[in-house]
Design a binder for this molecule. Sequence first.
Ligand SMILES: Cc1cc2nc3c(=O)[nH]c(=O)nc-3n(C[C@H](O)[C@H](O)[C@H](O)COP(=O)(O)OP(=O)(O)OC[C@H]3O[C@@H](n4cnc5c(N)ncnc54)[C@H](O)[C@@H]3O)c2cc1C
Ligand code: FES
Length: 251
Amino acid sequence: MILDVIKNTNLTGDIWEMELTGPMLVKPIRPGQFINIRVGESHEHVLRRPISIGAVDRDTPSLTIVFRVVGSGTKWLSEREVGDQLDALGPLGRGFPLPKEGARVLIVGGGVGVPPLYELAREVRKLTEQVDIILGFGSGSDCFWEDEFRQLGRVRVATEDGSSGIKGYVTDAIPNDQIWDYLYTCGPKPMLRALKQHFDKVPIKGYVSLEEHMACGVGACHGCTCHTADFQETKRICKDGPVFSWEEVAL
Ligand SMILES: Cc1cc2nc3c(=O)[nH]c(=O)nc-3n(C[C@H](O)[C@H](O)[C@H](O)COP(=O)(O)OP(=O)(O)OC[C@H]3O[C@@H](n4cnc5c(N)ncnc54)[C@H](O)[C@@H]3O)c2cc1C
Ligand code: FES
């Protein structure tokens, strides 16, 4: 499916925000789903690159992705200009299940795990006003979309070097005097694991969005598997996920 680039700007450091439009926007899109983008002009990149859908605007209509340049595929994406076209499959994967109306919700994102939680927060906010959001970054200069999240809930920022918000990890920014019914999170695996440990003895429904190298992106090749929590089975992150209940999968 072809998507037109209508904006591609550097947010901060090696983080880019790209807005896209095209026929994909007529499909329903759930927070937590992703698109799988063909990158490069030649056949040097065999595999598409999965990037989460960060925001959906039905009026324009457009979808926004945010990506960190880590290799040649994302570098190529950062060089796209307004008017360029991308070949992308999507929306793919299983998104976040939404909370019950009026529920107390905690949303925790780390680095480029933050974007899919923005569209989630917008949907959650339609159901409840009790939304706490914790955003974790390496440094204040890596921080993005803080103001956008502030429109949707109470935001705390944690940075590893202490240059913005609380010094430390997202777990250091969790208030001890509050309880939540749902936790939604996306970010590096050690962060997801630390969160699960933090809430080990607490009755909270946890949902994690996992990342893995992907090939087909549609469940056919088993190139993106993770283990179930009992290590008895595997799940395909692209098709069965990327969002899982945190009791379902090994972190
Ligand atoms: C469902 C899903 C959603 C994603 N959403 C986003 C997003 O919103 N924003 C974003 O910036 N990134 C996201 N990613 C990661 C993104 O797909 C990779 O960073 C990208 O494919 C790297 O391509 P590249 O050609 O630039 O780098 P490569 O040259 O392919 O790799 C560069 C380096 O990054 C590592 N790497 C590549 N892909 C992954 C991966 N999936 N997990 C862990 N390490 C990886 C490689 O091992 C290597 O060290 C997502 C991944 C998945 C699976
Ligand atoms: S990438 Fe092929 S099954 Fe997930």
